[in-house]
Design a protein around this ligand. Sequence first.
Ligand code: GLA
Length: 711
Amino acid sequence: MAKFNPFYRLDSQHCTAIFDCQGKTPALLYFGKRLSKYTSDIMLSQLATRQEVKCAAVLEAPISLSPLLGEGFTGAPGIELTNESIAWSLGPTLQRVDETNGNGLVFISLDALRGVEVTHHITLDYNHNVLSASTRLTNLGDAALQVNYCAAPSFPLPDNMNNVVSFEGRWSNEFQRQPVDLFLGAFVRENRKGKTSHDVFPGLLMHNDGAGEQFGECFGFHLGWSGNTKLRAELLPEGRRYVQMGELLLPGELTLVKGQTYQSPTLYTSFSEQGFSALSRNFHGFVKANLLSDEQQRKARPVHYNTWEGIYFDHDIETLKQLADKVAPLGVERFVLDDGWFKGRRGDNAGLGDWVVDKEIYPQGLAPIIAHVNHLGMEFGLWFEPEMVNPDSDLYRAHPDWVLSTQNNEQLSFRNQLVLDLTRTEVVEYLYQAINDILCEYPLIKYIKWDMNRDINHAGNFAGKPAIHQQTLALYRLIDRIKSAHPGLEIESCSSGGARVDYGVLAHTDRVWTSDSNDALDRLEIQRGCSFFFPSSVMGAHVGPRECHITGRNISIEMRAAVSLFGHMGIEMDPRELTDHEYNTLKSAIALHQKYRDFIHSADLYRLDSDGLSINFGLINQDKTAALFAYNSVRETPRTAPNKLRFVGLEADTQYTLNLVWPVIFDEYRPSAIAAVNGQTYTGEALMEFGLQMPISFPQTSLIFSLNKCH
Ligand code: GLA
């Protein structure tokens, strides 16, 4: 007798998910706008009735949570298995459905003939409308089972979802949105870099025609995983469409012997009928409530100083003290000593792996610089790149066999470094001890920047097997172990900028380094792309040097500061080179950030649709009594005057007082519109429907306005 109902329904504040259990295995019948109680699952099931089409199967194979070859599915199977026998044609049957605490369901299916159990775990976060879904496989048979692929649950989509937006990039230009019209067949992106990668962020948006930031129906999908991934949005010939994401497994990477289990990474998805910004707000709320620790949520994010673009490898205790002396009065709250502090590290050609303080540069260890920094009222943070080793290091000389490699193949050279094999327990033990020793010797190190600066091109471990899956899990465990041994320690996930930014790693860390580009113009797009899934509180954003080291561009200190103050703010430059004007401006910007920091990191984000001339957004508190809006002009306007800024998201009837809060001194061409409106009061309606004329300014100018409800 069946131990389950024909349908299961989960509701959140704004979404409903309905699962259909009438078939052999469960399938998603509906995920979208919250349905009223009068709409029943049976209604939807009937309305979805399909009929035989010409020259096709009488009954279409379902797009089940894991659509299968055994079910006759001719799209992409959600699970691909092989063994000596017939595992390839897996055909499980639903056995049981468990309702779990926290608005969740577990569907347990069994293929008794092939000895495989498949379970699907689903949770719908009530407050934030984000559905988390994963698939688990267990080998119950005697023969070893080769797992070629096991995607997270597949999501069929409504037939108005015609548009895909993926996020691509490169070093120093991550999170670039790439729109594509859905076409017959599959839009597929694969990442084989062994880390999340700059080029293929494991996330997608699907939306209806014409959707924008405030209007339209859209779904967001993100696979929380820091290894290899495969993303797919497919339109089948009969018009059905679905999204499927999973870990990309290399040949022979995963074998399950009897009793062993594989759990797919979690797919996070949400729906909005009010455009992309509302979708992002769901994800932001979800991240804050579920992936960040309570402590992290309570603590204000300290303003950073990072030494990298200031001095690179040129470490010297006197220089560092000078830097600290310079940045502390700016309002900096945490001093992060980047690459270059450990044994033999004078450039990027040596030292990785030897995690002991270089006594030539630091004869008394790090204690004097930590004490100096602390004395100035700043916390101290330190850079590591634990997964890597330079061949020119004591570690490599002692253990040349500790690296990932493939037999008889030459390693591609990449920043003079190789990847350690974290599937060897002695390697993980060594790294744990090395990092732990530093943290025990210097308990006032409160922060680690955890970097990862090459692709894993040769993923073979000590056993000769591809090991990205195990390597990624070992990384998560190592981070957790270090954190639990040092309560309160915060860790930033960095990988040559934003090549390891995903919910998988974020569940174990506290902040991400968004990009190595500190160019404010590039950053506007990078941060905007990142903001589709990540809240500003985790997004590292630094004010870089006057002449950007990556692009060579000169952007005013006012604009550089305005762009970084909307993330987790920091500065990264040689502060001794600042002019008085730059120094004072930076100080004011940090003060402004600190004044609004809690607001910036807790308010709701409203990105404005871009006209290509300016990149604008607003932050509004939940009761809509206060807001900050940023206008960033990036190009010269084709007309002599710029466009108006049309505000969004405000309460139409509320009276708001408008003030320009940045820059402190706005160098106007002539007395302009700003003088006329500053300090005046407007209804939300006027600001949203009519808009505010932007002043004549240089093309690269940032203005920040505050709005406060009048009482
Ligand atoms: C990577 C990081 C940088 C810096 C360098 C140090 O490129 O993204 O921020 O830490 O490594 O080598």
